[in-house]
Design a protein around this ligand. Structure first.
Ligand SMILES: [Zn+2]
Length: 89
């Protein structure tokens, strides 16, 4: 079992993080094992995705497979321990 997963406090920040669709290193990142992730459901696409934490540990970045909108979950002390989110976009 993966006991190293610890809960991050995250906040959803939908403030226009439009990054031109540049998906940086999503496939070249082989060391996903052991990294914490969030479970995000995009309601507009009806799609569920695992979103892994960024390498620097400051945020999670989710991207809707249908409309390509990116949602950023910021890791911070004031956030929630929730691990599953629904994003309507
Ligand atoms: Zn969408």
């Amino acid at each position: 079992m993966d006991q190293s997963l610890h809960r991050d406090q995250v906040e959803l920040s939908g403030a226009g993080e439009a990054s031109g669709g540049a998906l940086s290193g999503a496939s070249g990142d082989a060391q996903a094992s052991g990294r914490p992730f969030l479970m995000v459901t995009f309601t507009c696409a009806g799609a569920y995705q695992r979103v892994y934490r960024s390498l620097d540990g400051t945020h999670y970045m989710a991207r809707c497979p249908k409309c390509a909108k990116t949602m950023r979950f910021v890791v911070g002390a004031g956030g929630t321990g929730q691990r599953a989110f629904q994003v309507s976009c």
